[in-house]
Design a protein around this ligand. Sequence first.
Ligand code: ADP
Ligand code: ZN
Length: 720
Amino acid sequence: MIPDGMAVATGCRVRIPLRNRDSTGTVLEVGPPPQTNYNLRLVSKLIDPDPLITPQLMKLGKWIAEYYVAPLEQVMRALLPESVRQEMHSEKTRKIVEIKEMPDAEALEKLAKRAPKQHIILKLLESNSGMMSLKDLGGGSVTAAVKSLVKKGHVVLKEEAVRRDPDEDQEFLESAPLKLNPEQVVALEKIVNPATNDKGIPKPILLLGVTGSGKTEVYLQGVQHALDQGKSALILVPEISLTPQTVQRFKSRFAALHDQVAVLHSHLSQGERFDEWHRIRKGEARIVIGARSAIFAPLTNVGIIIVDEEHENTYKQETSPRYHGRDIAVLRAHFEKAVVVLGSATPSLESFQNTQSGKYELVRLDQRADSQSMPIMRVLDMRIEAQKQKGRLAILSDKLRLSMEKKLENGEQIILFLNRRGFARSLQCPPCGYVCECQHCSIPLTYHRTEDRLMCHMCGYQSLPPKKCPSCGDEAIRLQGFGTQKVEEVIQKVFPQARMARIDADTMRRKNALRDTLNKFKAHKIDIIIGTQMIAKGLHFPNVTLVGVLNADLGLQVPDFRAGERTFQLLTQVAGRAGRGELEGEVIIQTFTPHSPSVQFSRHHDFDGYAEQELQFRNKFLYPPFAHCALLGTRSTHERRAEFTLENLHKRLKKDLPPQVELGEPMPSPLTRAHGQFRYHLMLKSTSARALHQHVKRILTATPPPDDVTIVFDMDALGF
Ligand code: ADP
Ligand code: ZN
């Protein structure tokens, strides 16, 4: 309960005596006291006179808790950075000495004789427009002299907040806006004057522009327009460290407003994060660039939200609350009545379908702005290569090896991609490329070693692994796979002279590791980069003339209906990486399935063709965007407990299952054991998101798990 006269508002933090101590909490709602048998407590202290969480963000938080079935408390944690919530890092300050009143000439002369130090200080201050930090004046050695000057009324000593600027060591030169080409003019016009729905709220815009079509320039001018209107702007990028060039372009364009740009990312120290957050909240920073969680930046008066590379999986949060940053961006824009621009060369089918149904506006940039040609794409049939090498799995085809030799001789650079997604293993036949699939779900079956079974991770179908390939009868069908580390070893042997670097989650843990490696690559201190999809994003290296994709099928073999979409995206993005300078680019794609739609459509840079056939497939099997998929999982150090708890939940979910909801069978996850925990899961599918999350919530609330089992619920799960 609120004591009389205390102005408590939604989004403020308060202290309340619970048990024997004061606890801090965030006010979710203000209203008359509820009827309850509990003993209601009075708020003992109001911590924030102004709410820390704006009403729009509070609304967003409640929506997230409901939709993703996450405890509101967890959502509040996501809304406020740790350092802000706990007030662990107060502002950093420094002492400033400023002239208040200079002594007259006579007095100054006296001072020079009697107290030369004070005289020097005044002279120094005078030549520095009357103000200097105590530290620059000499710190401890001058404190006494400064104090005397304060006493005499000649100077004042002030404290000033210092911003912990994460980009302190970098300089940004201002870049002028470019003159837009006709396509860009149309795109900008649609952003500046967006179509609205019947409530006057701007319709979300999907900006579908090929790589190099000048999307970023359109974003920049869209942001400028919002600023001109006195509004603020929010720009989401997949991951700051992977998109340094995009961030740099924003910083340069708005260099004159340097102090109004805030950059939020995971490598900020707690103190830096605290400062950036407060600068945004006070309205000092009106442009925010950040990764996923920046969607909760405490901006007010938001005019535009941009989601760059909107198809990227990194926008999905992998721990509770498991929200999707892009979807939350669309929702926040709606609450703020702001325009939202989702940009990509390979949009997610979810977003694309929304343009087809009329919910979003589709805006296209079909021409490259830099008038460079697309690189030559060569597709190499690895089935032939496998025959040459007698069924052994080849890492490098002759063709790719020869091409690499030539580029290295010419002093040009190479990027090799290995699209490796962890642990899921499928069965593929090297001579013919056949992959064992589920008849019902059309996704690859996953091999489970302990049971020696093939399992479908959508519906639970199981079968024995075949001894011979069902398609060509060859006995070479087997488990396969190689990681970036193995590839590095092989390449090093083939090209002992080449300077190489590997970029993946393992090698890039250190802060700035990626930036340093990419800078080295740019300075041509590295010849070959081997990396996962981490490096497929908006990078630009003029001297890279060859991009090799080592095994395009790895993406197709994961038990996920989105595997084809991901492969198409990766190949198309990769193609945009080669030949971005004067030199002609070449892309070599090694694959066992040269005729798959992902490979063929990306080869011809044909998003529309790809989307059309992929949407047909999704519609036929009722996959997103035509239905919602969710994953319910259990984790425990006791395997039986994880399994049993899920089976129990499954039984309860099955009872009065709403008609729109489909329920899969419980099974071990592809990654059956991680961090000492056994993992089981089941899939849920529904044309109604609401019916799905409501049903799950009801069952989960009524069935608390045993202490040693953790429940995971992932609404609109991206990986299975
Ligand atoms: P995208 O974000 O779509 O990949 P970019 O914005 O990076 O494309 O643009 C690709 C290149 O074209 C950049 O070097 C950019 O400076 C240049 N560019 C973009 N718009 C124009 C324009 N209107 N006139 C000239 N060059 C442009
Ligand atoms: Zn199936």
